[in-house]
Design a protein around this ligand. Structure first.
Ligand code: T3D
Length: 262
């Protein structure tokens, strides 16, 4: 793979978008390679978290605009047939995805970051819903993520004005988890990936499923879902280990094992 680099660390895969000369702008090839990297994550039982970041000074500048300038307008919407599956895969992965936004995240690149579970950003990074500048609308889930994360008023202004938001501001608004000093970003993001990889993996996947469902559910059905997913979590060896560790007053040693098959 050229446009995406994968480093397998103990417990997690680090995926780096790798077109630094174009601020890691997205292409169909990059989407295919990213998709392949996510499939490898899903197929690897020892992989219990993902860390996504960008090479060079940017995170991702969204669609590579040089690739669409001479394309017929009718083809352009179809680009999302390549990008939407990435957003779906990230949201459906049963393990946590940490995003380390190392520099500007613009257009689809901003929304790719927002699709991840826990987003850290370097203090020098900015988030730009750049679409309106070129007559487009936020895609890759932007119109879904933004109002849920920052509220309707901010989502509308950010989408229509396409003004950059600093990492500190994004954290203050709840768009991301934390802004960190540039020089500490990767160390903090890797420490977070390791920490998540050592937690009760099945339980974290079930948390992800419950929170995703909550975005569209009413309280009644969410209570039912919590009951069902809690029953699944309670069957895992990690739940038993967590209880034992509590009673023995020691740190739990979670293995990420699945519940026994019936
Ligand atoms: O249409 C569809 O359905 C497809 C889906 C579309 C989804 C989208 O993502 S639409 C939005 C696309 N993205 C943008 O509009 C952002 C364009 N880029 C910028 O506005 C700025 O580059 C940034 C604000 C991101 C960063 O600015 P700055 O000053 O830090 O860097 P720069 O000098 O503008 O960029 C550095 C290089 O990257 C430069 O190349 P050069 O001059 O050194 O050869 C620049 O052209 C290139 N670059 C940046 N963004 C893109 C790009 N090349 C291709 N596509 C880009 N998106």
């Amino acid at each position: 793979m050229e446009t995406v680099l994968v480093t397998q660390h103990e417990g997690y895969h680090e995926i780096t978008l790798n077109r630094p000369a174009r601020l890691n702008a997205l292409t169909v090839r990059m989407a295919a390679e990213f998709s392949e990297a996510l499939d490898a994550v899903a197929a690897d039982d020892s992989c219990r978290a993902v860390l996504l970041t960008g090479a060079g000074r940017g995170f991702c500048a969204g669609q590579d605009l040089t690739a669409i300038v001479n394309k017929p307008a009718a083809e352009i919407g179809h680009l999302l047939d390549h990008y939407n599956p990435l957003i779906r895969k990230l949201r459906a992965l049963p393990i946590p995805v940490v995003c380390a936004v190392n520099g500007v995240a613009a257009g689809a690149g901003a929304n790719l970051a927002l699709a991840c579970d826990i987003v850290l950003a370097a203090q020098s990074a900015t988030f730009v819903q750049a679409f309106a500048r070129i007559g487009l609308i936020p895609d890759c889930g932007g119109t879904w993520f933004l109002p849920r994360l920052v509220g309707s008023a901010r989502a509308r202004a950010l989408s229509m004005l396409a003004d950059p938001v600093t990492a500190d501001h994004a954290a203050e608004w709840g768009m991301i988890w934390r802004a960190v000093a540039d020089e500490n970003l990767m160390a903090e993001a890797r420490a977070l990936a390791v920490r998540l990889a050592m937690q009760a993996t099945v339980g974290l996947g079930l948390i992800k499923r419950a929170l995703e469902a909550a975005e569209t559910a009413d309280l009644d059905s969410q209570l039912d879902l919590e009951r069902d997913l809690q029953a699944e979590a309670a069957m895992t060896p990690d739940h038993a280990e967590g209880l034992r560790a509590f009673l023995e007053k020691r740190l739990a040693r979670f293995t990420g094992g699945k519940p026994p098959e019936n």
